[in-house]
Design a protein around this ligand. Structure first.
Ligand code: SAM
Length: 358
C-alpha cells in the first residue's frame, strides 16, 4: 500500500497528484499541508500580501451557468461604481499601506468601459507615483485593451480558466463561451507584459480528481505567475446551482485547501491567493489556506450600498472588511498562525521576477 511518507514531494507526478487529492485521513492531510507550508517558507517566505479588492460592477455580458451575476439573472440589482467611489477606495487602501489593489468586475468590452478603466488606472498611478501594484480581473478583452491598460499602469491580470478540461468547460458555459478564446486571452496577457494569474473552480459537478490534477499541470505548463482558485459554491439563481443545490461544504473547503497545498508543492514560487470562497465556508478558511501554502489575501475594501449585489454564490460574506475592527482582527489572526502581513509591500510574484529578471 502506498504511504504518504514515501512520496517525493520535490518531484510530484500526475499519479501522485491524483493520489494526494484523494486523501481524506486527517493525519495524511496534515502531513501534506506541512510539506506545502515548508515549501512556501523556502520559496516565498512567511509574508502575507494584501490586495484590496474593489468590486467595481456586476454588469456582465457573459452568461456562465455557475455565476450569480450572469447576464440572464434578472434578480440582480445591477450597479457600476463611479470613478470617484473607486478612487476613494483606492486612496483609502494606499493610506492603509495596502500596496496592491485588485479591480474586479463583470465582463464588458465596449469602448466606454475600456476608457473608464484606463482613466481609473491613470488616476491611481498618479496619486501613488506608479507604486501601487494593480491587478485587473475584468474578463476577456482585445489585445488593444490589454495593451492600453498595461501602459496606463495595470501590472497584473487575473483570468481564471475555470477548468482546464475543455469538455467540462463546455458543460458549465453556454455554447458561445469558448475555452480556446479564454486560453488565447491568457497568451495575450503574457504577450502584453502582465504578471499572469489564472485559476479554477474546485469541486464542480462532474469534475474528477484527474481534472484537478490536470489543472495543476496546466498552471505549470502555462508558466503562470499567480493563482487564484477556490471552491465552487452554488448560487440559487443559476442553472448549476438549481441543478445541484446541495453540496458538502466541508468537502469543498477541504478540496480547496488540498489544491492550494498541491499547487504550492508543484509550482513552488508562484503567488497563491487564499480566496473569499474559502472564507464563505469557514470564517478561518483563508487562514487554513495560508497554512497550506497560500501567501495572498484579497480583502474586499468597497464599502458601499452595492456590497450585497456582487453575489457570485450563496453565502458570500458581505461584512465590511475595510472597517478598523476587521483590519485588526485580520492582523491578529495572521500573526496568530505565525505569519506577517506585508504592509507597504507590493508582493510581486517571485516566479514572475525570476522569469523576467525584474
Ligand atoms: N468577469 C471576470 C472574469 O470572468 O474573469 C471577473 C469576475 S468573475 C465573477 C470572477 C470569478 O468568480 C470567476 O472567474 C469564477 O471563477 C468565480 N465564480 C463565479 N461564480 C462562482 C461560484 N458560484 N462559485 C465559486 N466561484 C465563482
Amino acid at each position: 500500500m502506498k504511504k504518504i511518507e514515501d512520496i517525493d514531494f520535490e518531484r510530484l507526478t500526475r499519479d501522485d497528484l491524483i493520489w494526494l487529492l484523494q486523501r481524506e485521513n486527517s493525519n495524511e492531510l496534515q502531513y501534506l499541508y506541512d510539506r506545502a507550508y515548508e515549501t512556501k517558507l523556502k520559496y516565498v517566505g512567511n509574508k502575507v500580501y494584501l490586495r484590496g479588492l474593489i468590486e467595481i460592477s456586476n454588469i456582465c455580458s457573459k452568461d456562465c451557468y455557475y455565476c450569480g451575476v450572469r447576464r440572464s439573472n434578472a434578480h440582480v440589482r445591477r450597479f457600476m461604481m463611479s470613478k470617484d467611489e473607486i478612487i476613494k477606495a483606492a486612496k483609502w487602501a494606499w493610506e492603509k499601506k495596502y500596496a496592491s489593489l485588485a479591480l474586479q468586475s463583470g465582463e464588458r468590452s465596449d469602448t466606454d468601459f475600456v476608457e473608464f478603466i484606463t482613466d481609473i488606472l491613470r488616476e491611481i498611478n498618479r496619486f501613488s507615483n506608479g507604486s501601487m501594484g494593480i491587478t485587473l480581473s475584468v474578463g476577456e478583452q482585445s489585445e488593444k485593451a490589454y495593451r492600453l491598460w498595461r501602459e496606463a499602469g495595470a501590472k497584473r491580470f487575473l483570468l481564471r480558466i475555470e477548468t482546464s478540461n475543455p469538455e467540462l468547460y463546455k458543460k458549465i458555459h453556454p455554447a458561445d463561451h469558448s475555452f480556446e478564446e479564454r486560453l488565447a486571452s491568457l497568451a495575450l496577457l503574457r504577450k502584453t507584459g502582465y504578471q499572469v494569474g489564472t485559476g479554477v473552480m474546485i469541486g464542480l459537478p462532474g469534475q474528477t480528481f484527474e481534472d484537478l490534477a490536470d489543472d495543476i499541470i496546466f498552471f505549470k505548463k502555462q508558466d503562470i505567475d499567480m493563482i487564484g482558485m477556490g471552491p465552487w459554491l452554488p448560487h440559487h439563481d443559476t442553472p448549476l446551482g438549481v441543478q445541484y443545490p446541495q453540496i458538502d461544504q466541508k468537502k469543498q473547503l477541504e478540496m480547496g485547501i488540498k489544491m492550494i497545498a498541491l499547487v504550492r508543492l508543484y509550482l513552488k514560487d508562484v503567488n497563491i491567493a487564499a480566496t473569499t470562497a474559502l472564507q464563505a465556508i469557514d470564517p478561518f478558511g483563508r487562514e487554513q489556506g495560508l497554512k497550506a501554502g497560500a501567501n495572498v489575501i484579497m480583502p474586499v475594501i468597497t464599502e458601499n450600498e452595492h456590497r450585497g449585489d456582487y453575489l457570485l454564490y450563496d453565502g458570500k460574506p458581505v461584512s465590511d472588511e475595510s472597517a478598523e475592527g476587521f483590519r485588526q482582527a485580520l492582523q491578529n489572526s495572521v500573526s496568530g498562525i505565525g505569519e506577517e502581513i506585508g504592509f507597504g509591500l507590493q508582493g510581486n510574484s517571485r516566479h514572475w521576477q525570476k522569469r523576467t529578471g525584474a
